[in-house]
Ligand binder design. Structure first.
Ligand code: SI3
Length: 291
């Protein structure tokens, strides 16, 4: 069965400080209420790229402490264009905590060459007892990896697959065909069904913090060969995602969590404070789809 991972949100207080209690509540909600199979900690949804190194460690501490005794997979996203930091975080989550799988975003901003990117990944996994998923999200990083690039990265046996947040289904099909044993986790929640058809091993996403049940139902219908039902559920899920995207995805998910009694708090600047329009929009989405 394909696994569903919530890309874990981080709760912040009104001043943008990490709210430990709220973050723990989100973890409990994801596991106990949504029934996710795993958590992807420190990703885009966790607002990780707006955190300092010690704050990143704190989020890993909280997630590990709260969830390591639960029957869920835990993945720590440690990547950053600061390779020293990425290596330190990789060591931290594996040696000081007990993460067995790490992930790293492709290094961004400086138009690194592929050789530099390969060196980055080899360095991150070199001294740690963990496997790594490449985090590929070209729309935000500007870094597109080709099939041959993936082949070179996958030569390192510790690099076990990719979190694929990309709408290029031809490339996805080519990766699946060439690397049947590598793990591919689909990252665009709104493109789950086409990704399932291409044979992904599961999915990681922000909306699974609140909308996992319909997704599990959809995966189940797909696996039973009931494609009509799977398509129906994909439409149902995407009505919700479209509304969320139009209202601002992270604020809306956090505000929906608040409606569910989970203190998900605020987003962090430079993300804007919620205004009345966003709050009203989230109320409407909650009332329409979640009540
Ligand atoms: O937190 C993570 O790193 C993710 O899993 C990211 C995930 O791919 C999400 N992408 C972003 C940029 O948030 C998606 O779940 C996305 O929010 C969703 O598909 C709506 O577009």
């Amino acid at each position: 069965m394909q696994k569903v991972y919530a890309a874990l949100m981080t709760a912040f207080d009104e001043n943008g400080n990490i709210d430990e209690k709220g973050t723990r509540e989100i973890i409990r909600h994801d596991i106990d209420v949504e029934g996710v199979d795993g958590l992807y900690v420190g990703g885009s949804t966790g607002e990780n790229f707006m955190l300092g190194k010690d704050e990143k460690k704190r989020v890993f501490d909280i997630a590990w402490d709260e969830a390591h005794n639960d029957d869920v997979d835990l993945i720590a996203q440690v990547g950053s264009p600061n390779l020293h930091e990425a290596m330190e975080l990789a060591k931290y989550v594996t040696n000081e905590l007990g993460f067995k799988t790490i992930s790293a975003v492709t290094p961004f901003y400086y138009n690194f060459t592929f050789d530099e990117i390969k060196h980055y990944y080899d360095e991150i996994v070199k001294d740690v007892d963990a496997n790594l998923l490449v985090y590929s999200i070209p729309a935000l990083t500007g870094v597109s990896l080709s099939l041959d690039n993936f082949a070179k990265l996958f030569e390192n046996p510790k690099i076990i697959g990719v979190k694929y947040t990309n709408a290029d289904f031809y490339l996805l099909e080519r990766i699946r065909e060439r690397f049947p044993d590598k793990k591919i986790l689909s990252g665009f929640d709104e493109m789950l069904l086409p990704a399932l058809i291409e044979g992904v091993d599961g999915c990681i996403g922000s909306t699974y913090n609140v909308n996992t049940k319909v997704v599990k139902e959809e995966i189940d219908a797909y696996n039973k060969g009931d494609f009509e039902r799977a398509r129906e559920l994909e439409h149902q899920k995407n009505d919700v995602i479209t509304a969320m995207l139009n209202n601002g995805i992270y604020p809306t998910i956090k505000l929906i969590l608040e409606h569910m009694g989970v203190h998900a708090g605020y987003t962090r600047a430079p993300m804007a404070k919620y205004d009345d329009k966003v709050i009203k929009g989230a109320d409407e989405i909650y009332n329409k789809y979640f009540k």
